[in-house]
Design a protein around this ligand. Structure first.
Ligand code: GLY
Length: 249
């Protein structure tokens, strides 16, 4: 069976200063424990997990998914709309190169990996506060067809409201995007009130998802998947969720 790898970056104490759009305090110690539990959940789902050390100069550094888009053995390092977050990219590029990936660098536009969803041999890319049309065009060397989607107002990233469930299905928060965008894929819905639960990491039938969303977990289970629930209150407090904590290939 093919090994699917996941790269994460540990939580620095500085995570309590993470970029966020509210005043909710963050408990970095609790975030550390939740991040360790997240890694365990990924392992339980079947991923081979490696953790890079956190960096006290990079409060948002745990959100490694934003730094890159991986397709097969090729990775496009993205360009951040936030000058502080740009500094997260070089160590991730070095780590991915050291693990044998071909590393390309975006030279125009801005893009966060949280806006880019790979499913069924296609990329769906959200136009958001963090990703623009030039950034999406710069994903072309990854060699897949790209569908651009306007991310709903007030939503940080495309994958805040939808994420892949394997290679032929999507989990989507009701009332956020037109399901017809994902024509040809199965679309499973979570309630709007539980939209954080639309962001999951799936491998085979196993689905790593946030705890505290009972309707969503029940629907995922009824759709034939096996939810693995992780408490991530402090990750959500930093405007993060399941996919943004890892790069997977
Ligand atoms: N804290 C994640 C972000 O806003 O980029």
């Amino acid at each position: 069976m093919r090994v699917v790898r996941a790269l994460v970056r540990s939580v620095p104490a500085a995570y309590r200063h993470a970029t966020r759009r509210h005043d909710q305090p963050i408990d970095s110690d609790r975030a550390t424990a939740q991040h360790v539990a997240y890694q365990a959940a990924l392992r339980s789902a079947g991923f081979a997990v490696e953790a890079l050390a956190g960096d006290e100069s990079l409060p948002d550094g745990i959100f490694v998914e934003d730094t890159a888009v991986i397709v097969g053995e090729r990775v496009m390092m993205t360009r951040s709309a936030l000058p502080g977050r740009a500094l997260e990219r070089p160590p991730i590029a070095a780590a991915l190169s050291a693990r044998g990936l071909e590393v390309l660098h975006m030279t125009a536009g801005v893009c966060d990996g949280g806006d880019v969803l790979l499913v069924g041999g296609r990329l769906f890319a959200g136009i958001s506060e963090r990703t623009d049309a030039a950034g999406i065009a710069a994903l072309a060397p990854l060699g897949l067809p790209i569908t651009a989607i306007d991310v709903p107002a007030g939503v940080l990233h495309l994958k805040c409201v939808c994420s892949p469930l394997g290679d032929d299905a999507i989990l989507l928060a009701e009332g956020t995007l037109d399901p017809a965008i994902f024509r040809g894929l199965q679309v499973h819905a979570v309630p709007f009130a539980e939209q954080w639960a639309a962001n999951v990491v799936a491998l085979g039938s196993r689905v790593v998802m946030g705890a505290g969303y009972p309707v969503a977990a029940d629907r995922v289970s009824r759709a034939g998947y096996d939810p693995i629930l992780v408490e991530v209150s402090e990750i959500e407090a930093g405007d993060g969720s399941m996919t943004c904590l890892s790069l997977r290939w």
